[in-house]
Design a protein around this ligand. Structure first.
Ligand SMILES: Cc1cc2nc3c(=O)[nH]c(=O)nc-3n(C[C@H](O)[C@H](O)[C@H](O)COP(=O)(O)OP(=O)(O)OC[C@H]3O[C@@H](n4cnc5c(N)ncnc54)[C@H](O)[C@@H]3O)c2cc1C
Ligand code: SF4
Ligand code: SF4
Length: 479
């Protein structure tokens, strides 16, 4: 049986280059790569060689005959990508390269025109930093020094990914292997702007890559949002993952209901952790303080609220499948799906299936749609949320002692670098930092601070490759 890509796929495309028959798509040079929720194997072309399984850093590819029950839907999800009519082909013309082997990636091991050694500083040690270092270290002249403000490396791969997503977290093994390269030095507890200035780095290194991520939450701007009991979903993620900035961010769990505002994948992560059986979480590397607090939690329901209808839900299909077929108890009010004037996508069809299930009695997640937050109610702490049916004045009130906005991330301006306030990124063209449209010599960006908070861990690989390609071209041209 053909191989199948499953939930943990983080889109780094390693499998694409390993596959001898080019049956995994979209590839990084196809137009829908940047917006794909995962990669998909064409069951008609796969020859079952298993090369992709070895290449995948997160164990997301499974031979069809060994697929676990909880991931069975992914067989159909992979196949649907290639079914006629192809939904992607309807949006983008099918490329003739599709069923031909890809040209092998031909990258020089050493560049004649770059300094030897070439010293590059990277700020941050998250996925984008690690992929950039990996790309640089393919060239024997490169020496990389990485500066990380925290006492542990790998950014959100360690402190963002949910502890019950162990497969995705295993990407840390790949980063550990990269970190083992003798030409790479990682300096922990070293914050650029506090311990060392950016100017010092720029003087001491041939080039600097800023890979500091996009750490700021978008604020919830409604009355009552400053009440105790309202806190960002990010702070809860940091708390359960043991992020040193969030050790004091324990949420108030003395309430029967919590409301998460926003319905992206981070909202689902938080809802899942708050309603999980603590005994199951105990087997993960969740923070022990968080585990103890969750054991005493009174939360019985987490309502995940989306402003728009279910057809526009921000969470991805792989995450919804994980929720629907995993140990979580999830429900959707059929009334929320009654007026959807939209052909059923795979996501909508699964939401309908969930809505037909009996309402779970234990701690549960409710996915609610078409509700715009109007105010957080309460005097001295949050007691509920008033929501309006989007586009109307019809109000719905939910009692809740915990309100968690999860409405997205945004980059912070980096002192000394030009900022694009509209995109919330450092101003850049293809990773070259720009000021008034002109490149700032020797200064580069990658990851979320380059493109905004989009994509998955693996998306940073192609992103960092672009930045490094430009960096190498520039240092070669400067000689
Ligand atoms: C809650 C959450 C869950 C996620 N879950 C998944 C998932 O399950 N699967 C998936 O594929 N993707 C997931 N993602 C997305 C993924 O984490 C990002 O794509 C990725 O981490 C972005 O990488 P980055 O290197 O740009 O930023 P980051 O991972 O944020 O890394 C930035 C690093 O820079 C350091 N830094 C910042 N400023 C300085 C400074 N001045 N000096 C020194 N160091 C500094 C930070 O401490 C941090 O270590 C998740 C994201 C979030 C927020
Ligand atoms: S098993 Fe082989 S042929 Fe099938 S997708 Fe993986 S690498 Fe390609
Ligand atoms: S994580 Fe990477 S290697 Fe694994 S299936 Fe996804 S794109 Fe392929």
């Amino acid at each position: 049986m053909p191989h199948v890509v499953t939930q943990a796929c983080c889109g780094d495309a390693s499998c694409v280059y390993a596959c001898p028959v080019n049956c995994i798509h979209p590839t990084p040079d196809e137009p829908d790569f940047g917006i794909a929720e995962m990669l998909y194997i064409d069951p008609a072309t796969c020859v079952d060689c298993g090369a992709c399984v070895t290449a995948c850093p997160v164990g997301a590819i499974v031979p069809g005959h060994r697929i676990p029950e909880t991931q069975e839907r992914f067989t159909a999800v992979n196949a649907a990508r290639y079914a006629e009519p192809d939904p992607a082909a309807a949006r983008f013309p099918v490329d003739a390269r599709w069923r031909k082997p890809l040209a092998p990636v031909d990258r020089p091991k050493a560049l004649a025109d770059v300094p030897d050694p070439l010293h590059v500083a990277i700020v941050g040690s998250g996925p984008s930093a690690m992929y950039a270092a990996d790309e640089l270290l393919k060239h024997r002249q490169a020496r990389v020094t990485m500066f990380e403000r925290l006492s542990e490396p790998f950014g959100l791969a360690r402190f963002g990914v949910a502890p019950d997503h162990q497969s995705t977290r295993s990407v840390v093994n790949l980063f550990n292997a990269i970190a083992g390269d003798p030409q790479l030095e990682i300096l922990l507890n070293s914050e650029i702007g506090r311990d060392v200035t950016l100017e010092q780095l720029r003087e001491q290194f041939h080039a600097v890559i800023w890979a500091g991520g996009a750490p700021t939450d978008r604020p919830l701007e409604i009355p009552g949002a400053d009440l105790p009991g309202v806190q960002s979903a990010t702070s809860v993620v940091g708390w359960y993952n043991g992020h040193p900035d969030f050790t004091d961010a324990a949420p108030a769990l003395d309430t029967e209901r919590a409301v998460v505002i926003g319905n992206g994948n981070v909202a689902l992560d938080v809802a899942r952790i708050l309603t999980s059986d603590p005994d199951r979480l105990a087997a993960t590397d969740i923070s022990r303080d968080a585990l103890a607090a969750l054991r005493g939690s009174a939360v019985r329901e987490v309502v995940v609220v989306g402003r728009r209808g279910p057809e526009h839900a921000a969470f991805t299909l792989p995450e919804l499948i994980g929720l629907a077929d995993g140990p979580a108890h999830v429900w959707v009010d059929p009334a929320d799906l009654a007026h959807v004037d939209h052909p059923d996508s795979e996501k909508l069809a699964l939401l309908r299936e969930i809505s037909a299930r009996p309402r779970p009695s234990g701690p549960r997640i409710r996915l609610a749609f078409g509700l715009t937050p109007d105010r957080v109610c309460g005097d001295r702490r949050a007691a509920g949320v008033r929501l309006l049916r989007t586009g109307t004045d019809d109000a719905v009130e939910l009692t809740a002692g915990l309100v968690l906005p999860a409405i997205g991330y945004r980059g912070r301006p980096v002192p000394g670098l030009p900022f694009d306030a509209e995109r919330g990124t450092v101003a850049n063209l293809g990773g070259r930092v720009t000021e008034n449209g002109l490149p700032v010599p020797g200064m580069y960006v990658t990851g979320w601070i380059k493109r905004g908070p989009s994509g998955f861990i693996g998306t940073n690989k192609t992103d960092s490759r672009e930045t490094v390609d430009h960096l190498l071209a520039d240092v070669a041209a400067r000689r």
